[in-house]
Ligand binder design. Structure first.
Ligand code: DC
Length: 221
C-alpha cells in the first residue's frame, strides 16, 4: 500500500482553511501546502513586470520568464519568486485581487497545478485551495470543503485589520469578499465548487479546534 497520502481541502477566501489545515497537518505529522500562495507569487511576478493582468496574451508571454518555487523550512512553507523569498510580500490587497484575476487564465493554472502535484508527489500533505478536490487531486479519499458565511468572514477580517491598526470600511470589506467569491466561483476553468465526495465543514459557528477535530475524525489516522 502507498503510504503517501494527500488531504484535499477547498473553500472560499477567509474561511479559516489555512489555520485549520496548519493545525491538522501538525497533528498528522505531515506538511501543509497552501496553493493560494502559488497564485499569489505568480501574480506578484506579473505585477512587478508591469503586465496588464486583464490581458491574457500579455500574461502568457511572461509565464516562462517567471520562476515560482515552493520550499519548506521547519514545516513552514516559503514562496520564492525568481529565487527571492516573497512569503511576506504576497499578502497585500493588491496581490489578492491580482491573484484572483490571473488565476482565471488556463495557462497560469496549468503551470501552477503541475507545480502543486509535483510538490505533493513524494511526501504526505494537506493541500488547500479552490480546486484541489475537484481538479488537482481528484483521486484522494480525503476531501473537505470548509466554508463560513460572508458576514462572519468580514467580521473576522475587520478584527485582524483592527489589530494591525489598518483603517477599513466594513461595507467595502464585505463587498471585496463577495467580489472574490464571485470571481472564484464563476470562472470558466476549475471554478470553486463543492466536490460531491467532500465532507463539508461549516466553520461559522464552531471553533478552530472543533473543525480540526472533525477533519481528523474523518481522516481516521
Ligand atoms: O487562498 P488565497 O486567497 O491565498 O488565494 C488567492 C487566489 O488564488 C484566489 O482568489 C483564487 C486563486 N486560487 C485558485 O484559483 N486556485 C487555488 N487552488 C488556490 C487559489
Amino acid at each position: 500500500m502507498n503510504s503517501i497520502y494527500v488531504v484535499a481541502v477547498d473553500g472560499p477566501a477567509g474561511a479559516g482553511k489555512s489555520s485549520i489545515c496548519k493545525e491538522a497537518a501538525k497533528r498528522l505529522g505531515i506538511l501543509h501546502l497552501d496553493t493560494g500562495a502559488t497564485y499569489r507569487t505568480l501574480a506578484l511576478g506579473l505585477l512587478r513586470k508591469g503586465v496588464d493582468i486583464n490581458d491574457d496574451k500579455a500574461i502568457e508571454a511572461q509565464l516562462d520568464k517567471i520562476d515560482v518555487t515552493i520550499g519548506f523550512e521547519d514545516g513552514r512553507q516559503i514562496m520564492y519568486l525568481d529565487g527571492e523569498d516573497v512569503t511576506g510580500s504576497i499578502r497585500t490587497g493588491e496581490v489578492s485581487m491580482a491573484a484572483s484575476v490571473t488565476s482565471k487564465n488556463a495557462k497560469v493554472r496549468e503551470k501552477l497545478v503541475a507545480l502543486q502535484r509535483q510538490t505533493a508527489e513524494r511526501i504526505s500533505m494537506i493541500v488547500d485551495g479552490r480546486d484541489i478536490c475537484t481538479n488537482v487531486f481528484p483521486n484522494t479519499p480525503y476531501k473537505f470543503y470548509i466554508t463560513v458565511s460572508v458576514e462572519e468572514r468580514a467580521r473576522r477580517r475587520a478584527l485582524q485589520l483592527k489589530e494591525m491598526g489598518v483603517a477599513f470600511d466594513e461595507k467595502t470589506l464585505q463587498q471585496e469578499i463577495e467580489e472574490r467569491d464571485h470571481n472564484d466561483m464563476t470562472r470558466d476553468i476549475s471554478p470553486l465548487r463543492v466536490d460531491p465526495d467532500a465532507v463539508v465543514i461549516d466553520n461559522t459557528n464552531i471553533t478552530q479546534e472543533q473543525a480540526v477535530e472533525l477533519m481528523l475524525s474523518y481522516i481516521g489516522k
